[in-house]
Design a protein around this ligand. Sequence first.
Ligand SMILES: Nc1nc2c(c(=O)[nH]1)N[C@H]1C(S)=C(S)[C@@H](COP(=O)(O)O)O[C@H]1N2
Ligand SMILES: [Mo]
Length: 216
Amino acid sequence: MTTDRTDAVESSGATTTDSDVRDTTDLYHEFGEDRVPAGQRETSAFPVLSKSGTPDWDPDTWEFTVTGAVETELTFSWDEFRDLPHETQKQDFHCVTGWSKLDCAFTGVPFTELAERAGVADDAVHVMFSALDGYTTDLPLEDCMREEVLFTWAYDGEPLPADHGGPLRVVTPHRYAYKGAKWVDGVEFLTEPELGYWERRGYSETANPWREERYS
Ligand SMILES: Nc1nc2c(c(=O)[nH]1)N[C@H]1C(S)=C(S)[C@@H](COP(=O)(O)O)O[C@H]1N2
Ligand SMILES: [Mo]
């Protein structure tokens, strides 16, 4: 496997100071009383959950695409993607299997930045994310158009570990973590809802942790 670790550290925020980090951990106020949703248990570990193994990737051939119901479809090389405006946020992470990890610093490009560049069509209502391991996950468009939805390449100032989705993954702190595609390489805007990998297998399409929307 080829990875460009040095480059990742340099522009990932290894020099990030606390004041550069936007704290979005208070988003739970929108959904419930408790920061840790019902049925979740706080953990300091960061377990790995993948449907299959960790896929290889090559920074020279890696491509990220924005397709579907947009004005302009977009393609980015790894270097181009890394040059997009990005930020670091402190976020919580809720896994549908019952653990929550608080205060994770993720660095990356907001979903809204890509949506704006592509120009979302008026009839787009839903989004499908695709990944290098064949995983897919879907979300209503409005659940994606939030500042906390990031395409992230760094965790706590270090390159995102490959088993946690490096080089690039999505984080969705307002939704269960299966909505965040690891090894993400594309986002497609849809005019009709479609179901992703776990959603076709009975997991919730909306996945709101404060409503315990675990299964459909
Ligand atoms: N590409 C891809 N993304 C994925 C998965 C996967 O199998 N493949 N698993 C999902 C599930 S079910 C969860 S809970 C989280 C786990 O992220 P972690 O391994 O970093 O804890 O990733 C999600 N994203
Ligand atoms: Mo999961």
